[in-house]
Structure formats: C-alpha cells, structure tokens
Design a protein around this ligand. Structure first.
Ligand SMILES: NC(=O)c1ccc[n+]([C@@H]2O[C@H](COP(=O)([O-])OP(=O)(O)OC[C@H]3O[C@@H](n4cnc5c(N)ncnc54)[C@H](OP(=O)(O)O)[C@@H]3O)[C@@H](O)[C@H]2O)c1
Length: 420
C-alpha cells in the first residue's frame, strides 16, 4: 500500500509519521515551500499531479481550502485513484460534485476526518440509511470554540480564553474560522449534504460568533438551569427546516451539558428511534491521522469504500432509493428545503435594562408572540426562557427591546430537556 500526500502540515506530517508502522509507504508530498521541509525524507513536489502520477494506491488530501484541492482530487478520481480527505472546506463547498465524480469513476472518496475527526461515525452509519435519516442534527463540532466557551463559563474573558487556547495549541494563529462559527457551519453543511440537502452551502447556515459572550451570559443561563455551548444544529422536519451555528442555551439535563473543553459531540434524531450520540476528540494531528489511515485501510481492504460509506449513501438518496428524511412513514424530500434561518425553538434572552418590571416584560413578550415561560432576575440583568417561537419573531422582540435602550443577548434553546 502506497499513498501520496497533498499537504505536509500538521496533519500531513502526522500521517507520514504514523503510516510506516501500519505497513503503508508514504511516497511523496505536495507542499508550497519545500525549503520548510528540509528534514523530511519524503519526495517533495510543488506540482500536485506529480504526486498523483507517482504510482500511488491512495491519495490523501490534507491541503485545506478549496483550490487546488478540488482540481487535484478530481484529477485523482478520474484516474481511478481512491481519495481520502480531512478537508471540511472542500467537502462543504464541493462535496456533492466530488461524490458524483467518485461514483462515476467507481472509486472511493472517504472523508471521515472532515467532521468529528477523532470519532469515526460516518462509516458507522454506512449501511443504515433508515437510522441515519436524521430529522434533527445537534452537534458541538468545533473543539476550539468549545474550549473557549468552557473557560468563559469559569469566569475568563473571551480574550483570556483565546490566549489560553493558543498557548495550549488548541487554536490556530488565525482562529477566526473557529470563533466566528464558520468552521462549525462547514461541518454542518457536510452533515446536511449527507442527509439529502446537497444544495446547502456554508453561507446558507445562519451563524453567530462566540466573541461577544461574557461570564454574565453564562451566569444568566445558570439561573435558568442550563449552560451555553457552541452548537451547530439543523432541523429536517417538514415545514420546520432551518439551521444555526453559534452559541445556544443547553438545559443541564442535555447530554452536551456534561461535555467541556475540546470535546466534540453529535446527536442525531430520527423519526424511527431514540437519539444516538457520538462524542470524542474532534481535532488534533494524532487522532486525525489515525482516522485518515483507517480510511486508507478501508480503501485498500478490497471493500469498495465509497459503497460502504455515508458519502455514497448520500448519492443513493439522490438517485431516489432513499430520498430525504423518513418522517412518520412518509419520505420528506429535503433537497429543495431552505435552511437559512434557525429552526423555531424556545429562546434564551439575557436582558440588561433598569427600566422594566417582570410583569411588564412578561406582558411585552406575550404581546409579541414570544411569551416568557420563566423569568429570573439577577443583580444586573434579567434571564428569560421563552415559549417556542420563530427566529423572526424572537429577533423582532429583541430588536424592539434594544430600541428601548436594553442590551439583549438572544440565543436558541437546543434540546427537549426542561431546565430546572
Ligand atoms: N488540524 C487539525 O486538527 C485538523 C483536524 C481535522 C481536519 N483538518 C483538516 O486537515 C487539513 C490540513 O490541516 P493542517 O492543520 O495540517 O494544515 P496546515 O498545517 O496549514 O498544512 C497545510 C499543508 O498544505 C500545503 N499547502 C497548502 N496550500 C498549498 C498549495 N496551494 N500548494 C501546495 N501546498 C499547499 C502546505 O504547504 P507548506 O508546508 O509548504 O506551507 C502545508 O504543508 C485541513 O483541511 C484541515 O481543515 C485539520
């Protein structure tokens, strides 16, 4: 078994280091600047086609970004060379196209490490399309933002938490993709593609960063019996489709409330059974390389990786065998549904104002169709949990409060657990 690497950064180097022990020869690697890699024993190339055409059995793409990754992956698939990638930006932007090219060429395209890198769940759902017919996806898909929000919950400012994440190597020098929730939105896009919504792009996902969160937001959530987590979620139910990537209120009884630090988690609900939960490390060179090499092994062990992966299951759906989520026995086609607003939910509001009594606030919210189910007053602010309402209704109420001089944080409530 011989692989070629596109990229020799943190992940590429970890793959090259771990491969020999598994009997996998790492032949050559594409890099931008060979002089940065003088100590590498691999043949270094600056032309990706030379890696592809060097007689390899599997191409491992760990460049990041969309180009030249997309063109090179297509080049390999067209030549009948299986591809393993960890690149979520690539799969979020071009996943449906690449899966189609792979299906046409009849070669595997595996990307287990692109979402929840250390938790191999895509393959686990491979042959179980009914179980995987999700009607609801909830995930903590970005370890860096989870580390930062966990630190803010303990009293740190955003700046202190980010500096700590940098010092421990959890955040990249440019951490905006993590803190703006763009990374989580890309991963959610890949999950939506797998659920039949191949038309969704990362730009469609409604997202909000974690930069403005403060310990006071967490204190308000605590008064209501919950916490705040960086969540990416989507509803695939008829008439309720929507998505969100950003901070969300989680009741203390929700499984996510027990996770902290860099842990990633994914809960899938379907109409046919109890929710299933996957959790574990979501990033890091060693775990990501292990998942990539497992994918390489899948390509090599004779099974058609693409037929045995959720990736090809996605294309099965698009040919009509399984279309969209299974809802009450009927098949709901999500391929044209819109996901550009958060799903309707209860809302967590933190309101900083000196001018309103609890009774007036309750009256104000009820008149705007987002009635308060609970109000907990703190020393400096008011924490509110509302009844379910659409994003537009909740936003409109929050904007009106702001026009009246209040400072408002409005976050969706994720999960069915009732806070105590
Ligand atoms: N880091 C993680 O924990 C993690 C986890 C899961 C998935 N991933 C994904 O894995 C991929 C790689 O991540 P990473 O952290 O290893 O990135 P990285 O450290 O920035 O490495 C990128 C590598 O690709 C090379 N490269 C980039 N653009 C190139 C171009 N246009 N031409 C030639 N070479 C190019 C770079 O070459 P030079 O060395 O010459 O600059 C470098 O070797 C990304 O898609 C990332 O999202 C990462």
């Amino acid at each position: 078994m011989c692989i070629g690497l596109l990229g020799l950064g943190r992940i590429g180097r970890a793959v090259a280091d771990a491969a020999p022990a598994l009997g996998i020869e790492c032949r050559s690697a594409l890099v931008r600047e060979p002089r940065k890699h003088l100590t590498s024993s691999l043949t270094l190339e600056t032309d990706g086609l030379r890696v592809i055409d060097s007689g390899i059995d599997v191409l491992v793409e760990v460049l990041g970004g969309t180009e030249p990754a997309r063109s090179l992956v297509i080049g390999a698939l067209d030549r009948g060379i299986p591809v393993v990638t960890a690149n979520k930006s690539l799969m979020a932007a071009h996943g449906p196209e690449l899966r189609e090219v792979a299906a046409r060429a009849g070669v595997p395209l595996l990307y287990e490490a692109a979402v929840l890198a250390g938790v191999p769940f895509v393959g686990a759902l491979a042959g179980r399309p009914v179980m995987a017919s999700a009607t609801r996806i909830d995930g903590i898909l970005n370890g860096t933002s989870h580390f930062i929000t966990s630190a803010i919950e303990r009293g740190a400012t955003f700046g202190e938490a980010l500096a700590d994440a940098n010092a421990r190597g959890f955040a990249e020098p440019d951490s905006r993709a993590d803190t703006s929730s763009r990374d989580a939105a890309e991963k959610l896009t890949i999950l939506l593609h797998l659920c039949g919504a191949g038309h969704v792009t990362a730009a469609d996902i409604c997202r909000r960063g974690i930069e403005t969160l403060t310990p006071a937001d967490f204190a308000a959530a605590r008064r209501l019996g919950g916490s705040i987590k960086p969540v990416a979620c989507a509803s695939l139910e008829p008439g309720r489709c929507g998505s969100w990537a950003g901070p969300a209120f989680i009741a203390a009884g929700h499984p996510f409330a027990h996770f902290s630090g860099v842990t990633n988690a994914l809960e899938l609900r379907s109409a046919t059974g109890e929710p299933i939960l996957f959790a574990g490390p979501g990033a890091g060179p060693a775990v990501t390389a292990a998942t990539i090499l497992d994918d390489v092994h899948t390509c090599s062990n004779g099974s058609n990786g693409s037929a045995g992966s959720w990736g090809s299951w996605g294309s099965v759906r698009s040919t009509g065998s399984v279309r969209g989520a299974v809802v009450r026995g009927a098949r709901f086609d999500v391929s044209a549904a819109r996901f550009d607003q958060p799903p309707a939910s209860r809302w967590f509001l933190r309101i900083v104002t000196e001018q309103i009594s609890d009774a007036h606030l309750a009256e104000f919210l009820a008149a705007r169709n987002v009635a308060a189910a609970r109000i907990e007053r703190g020393a400096d602010d008011i924490a509110v949990l509302t009844v379910p309402a659409s994003w537009a209704v909740a936003q409109s109420a929050a904007r009106t409060l702001e026009q009246l001089g209040a400072f408002v944080t409005a976050l969706p409530v994720v999960g069915r657990e009732v806070p105590r």
